[in-house]
Ligand binder design. Structure first.
Ligand code: NAD
Length: 485
């Protein structure tokens, strides 16, 4: 097994296929956003069509065993994996921070643990929800969940560890074997997960990891006819390619895609809390699909809100995500930082007003927290996901206009509403076309609740039973009463 020392932690850098670490003839570099021009963090195996073929073959073979285990047997291993994640909490957090620039304390104190909880949750759910039985029409009816087969799990570079656990836990709990293809900009925490899964006692071929570039090993994996499920988190553009491959082989496919969340502030809201939360959208440099990036504020409190927002934004500290005092980390990759800057430059040329920020920061991959007042709701910065620390600011006259503006993009992943009126919270919450609505809060979700997007924000739902349904072939068995003894 080839490994790299990442912040003093040993991380495997090969693929994990059929219970063994295997390399590729070529590698790709992963670099730390905090030291972009320094040495690469690791040279990671660069998978290709041969890798994909071997990984799917291992998953098919592994399915004979894992797919035949009873739910409580699978649950035991998933709980052991959760124990191991908890035991390696700080190491996982540090590797994620160095590889992707995620806030270390946030990972260490919350997100790694949430990943472990997710494995526990699905270990318990699959035992509780194995099958349903009832008698009707003189028949004994049984609904059985059958594992579907090998599942390809493709994940993005932002929050890679936690987003991966959301997808991997239900797939494995359902009895599917998996081939995980993490993003090439932050591949390392996935290698730690595969290592821990092996230590937890998953039989060979249950958990396979294929490292590499999306258009290479990723495309080969999703085109393989032996694959029975594809679950993807990433951009709408990539989802189109994967969706075509899934359609070709008639394989069920879920897609968690981008967002352009509205953050709607009514005049009756706790304005300081709303403004604080709005400035908090710069956290993780805005590289958060659920972020509320369109600030929609009732006209009558425009000035008061802006004053509070700027005060909170002024207090943000740009720095190293390993330091507790840092609020805004560098962006993941210079290419992505330049894409974000491209949006701002085009907005300026088109006549939108850059109210704060709008510049790259010399000597680091930080981007200034930016607020833009668009000239119209059709502006590109209002309609397209930027995925960086760039927010837009618009006002509305009344509730109807707030809802109209909030629902006016092709996305529909999440929304935030700030109001002290319970009636309004219900009314507006129900009128929004998004998969999630938070009222007076943000980002917290009970893991048993569904998660996913409307419009171009996605296909299908993760979380709770919804993910188990996706990963199972569901069968109804009907036995006519009095015909068997
Ligand atoms: P991306 O679409 O570029 O890549 C995502 C993954 O797909 C990577 O692992 C990549 O290697 C792989 N890939 C690329 N081309 C492929 C192909 N042809 N076949 C198979 N796999 C391929 O997305 P990204 O830039 O890594 O992530 C950012 C995007 O993800 C943003 O749009 C963001 O909003 C979205 N996102 C959504 C959620 C959600 O839950 N809705 C969560 C996080 C991120």
């Amino acid at each position: 097994m080839r490994t790299a020392q990442v912040g003093g932690i040993e991380v495997p850098v090969d693929h994990f296929i059929g219970g063994a670490w295997v390399g590729s003839p070529t590698t790709f570099e992963t670099r730390s956003p905090m030291d972009w021009d320094g040495d690469a963090l690791a040279d990671v195996a660069r998978g290709d069509a041969t890798t994909a073929d071997a990984a799917v073959a291992a998953a098919v073979e592994g399915f004979n065993e894992w797919g035949s285990w009873r739910p409580h047997e699978r649950a035991e291993v998933l709980h052991r994996l959760a124990d191991l994640i908890e035991a390696n909490n700080d190491e996982i957090a540090m590797v994620e921070t160095l590889d992707m620039g995620f806030m270390y304390e946030s990972m260490r104190q919350r997100l790694v643990a949430r990943g472990a909880v997710n494995f526990r949750l699905y270990a318990d759910l699959i035992v509780e929800h194995e099958e349903r039985r009832w008698d009707a029409k003189n028949m004994d009816n049984t609904v059985q969940r059958m594992p579907a087969g090998p599942a390809v799990v493709i994940t993005p570079w932002n929050a890679p560890f936690m987003l991966s656990t959301w997808k991997l836990a239900p797939a494995l709990a359902s009895g599917n074997t998996i081939i995980h293809k993490p993003a090439e900009w932050s591949p390392l925490s996935a290698a730690l997960l595969a290592k821990l899964a092996h230590e937890a006692g998953m039989p060979p071929g249950t958990w396979n990891l294929a490292q590499g570039i999306g258009e290479e090993v990723g495309a080969a994996l999703v085109a393989d006819r032996r694959v029975r499920r594809i679950t993807f988190t990433g951009s709408p553009g990539t989802a189109k390619h994967i969706g075509k491959a899934a359609a070709e082989n008639i394989v069920p496919f879920t897609a968690e895609l981008g967002g352009k969340g509205p953050l709607v502030v009514f005049a009756d809201a706790d304005l300081d809390a709303a403004a604080h939360r709005a400035a908090w959208q710069f956290d993780d440099s805005g590289q958060v699909c659920l972020a509320g990036t369109r600030l929609l504020v009732e006209e009558s409190v425009r000035d008061e809100f802006l004053e509070k927002f700027h005060a909170h934004a002024d207090a943000l500290v740009l720095g190293d995500p390993r330091d507790d005092g840092t609020d805004v980390a560098p962006m993941v990759h210079p290419e992505h930082r330049d894409n974000v800057h491209g949006f701002v430059e085009r907005a300026r040329s088109a006549g939108d007003t850059v109210v704060r920020g709008g510049n790259k920061v010399d000597g680091s991959l930080h981007y200034e927290p930016t607020l833009i007042e668009p000239r119209s709701n059709d502006s590109e910065v209002v309609q397209q996901e930027i995925f960086g620390p760039v927010l837009t600011f618009q006002t509305f006259a009344d509730e109807a206009e707030a809802i109209r503006l909030a629902n006016s993009t092709a996305y529909g992943l999440s929304a935030m509403v700030w109001t002290t009126s319970r009636d309004r919270a219900e009314r507006v919450g129900r009128a929004l076309r998004t998969g999630l609505v938070w009222v007076n809060t943000f980002l917290v979700r009970d893991l048993t609740a569904p998660f996913g997007g409307c419009g171009i924000s996605g296909i299908g739902r993760e979380g709770g039973d919804w993910a188990l349904d996706f990963h199972s072939d569901i069968k109804t068995l009907m036995i006519l009463d009095d015909t068997t003894s």
